[in-house]
Design a protein. Structure first.
Length: 262
């Protein structure tokens, strides 16, 4: 009997404890009370990204950790950004100017966005950047939905000797697995899960990089999370944590939504 079947039988549902996303890729991963899942992924997640125009490459958070010091919200067509120097808010203007840019070795099509954000982020990062918009799910490494569990986070915290902030993993959902074994989510790979009103198919384990060592609010490096994972969580030569998934049934998911096997 699987974890989800066992917990349902006992009347103790597995449920979502955190929902997170970032409308501008690489910026602070913000808590949400709810999210709508579509076949392209969570609505409002990674709608925009920043591009280095000289290198024609999407900015990588691991190389630009101060991105997480900025918080971005995208509501009703308005892009609201909070930078250390103050807010920059407005309605992004389509320019019709397109770019083909590198995203971790893959070519992606994006459109340059007009407005004050390129100048503001160029000052913040101390080098020239452009704000661009991509098609839903285009600038995503792996599948568009990701999940981590509380039991796995607990195991990792024990390995580091301190509490690991779940936001460091930038997962769409944190799932409360209570006292179940760490990395029980490995057994979900290949299975379908109902999460609130939506349904997903879990695809694979997620390979991790040094981004998980960044404080999710300040961008400062703690230098122990990835090393701790490397000591006990490897698969096919990669350091792994959590699982990703594709959406097979759209719907709304709220914090506290029940997670169950379909």
């Amino acid at each position: 009997m699987t974890l989800l079947e066992t917990r349902a039988w006992e009347g103790v549902p597995v449920h979502v404890t955190r929902i997170g996303l970032a409308p501008l890729k690489g910026t602070r991963h913000l808590d949400r009370r709810s999210v709508d899942l579509t076949p392209a992924g969570p609505v409002g997640d990674r709608v925009f990204c920043l591009v280095d125009p000289a290198r024609r490459r999407v900015l990588r958070t691991v190389e630009n950790p101060s991105l997480v010091r900025t918080a971005v919200r995208w509501r009703d067509g308005e892009l609201c950004t909070e930078l250390p120097t103050g807010p920059v808010t407005g309605v992004p203007e389509p320019t019709g100017e397109t770019r083909t840019v590198d995203y971790w070795g893959r070519q992606a099509a994006v459109e340059v966005v007009g407005g004050p954000w390129a100048e503001a982020y160029s000052r913040h990062l101390d080098h020239d950047v452009e704000l661009v918009r991509s098609a839903p799910g285009e600038i995503v490494y792996g599948a568009p939905v990701s999940l981590v569990t509380t039991s796995s986070l607990g195991r990792l915290s024990a390995a580091t000797g301190g509490v690991v902030d779940e936001a460091a993993f930038r997962a769409t959902f944190t799932v409360d697995t209570d006292d179940e074994p760490a990395h029980v989510e490995d057994s979900w790979v290949g299975r379908r899960l109902r999460i609130g009103e939506a349904e997903v198919r879990v695809r694979a384990l997620i390979a991790r990089c040094a981004v998980v060592d960044l404080d999710p609010t300040t961008g400062e490096r703690r230098n122990d999370v990835l090393a701790a994972l490397a000591g006990y969580r490897r698969a096919a030569g990669e350091i792994v944590f959590g699982v990703d998934a594709v959406v097979v049934g759209p719907g709304r998911v709220d914090v506290d939504a029940v997670v169950e096997r379909v």
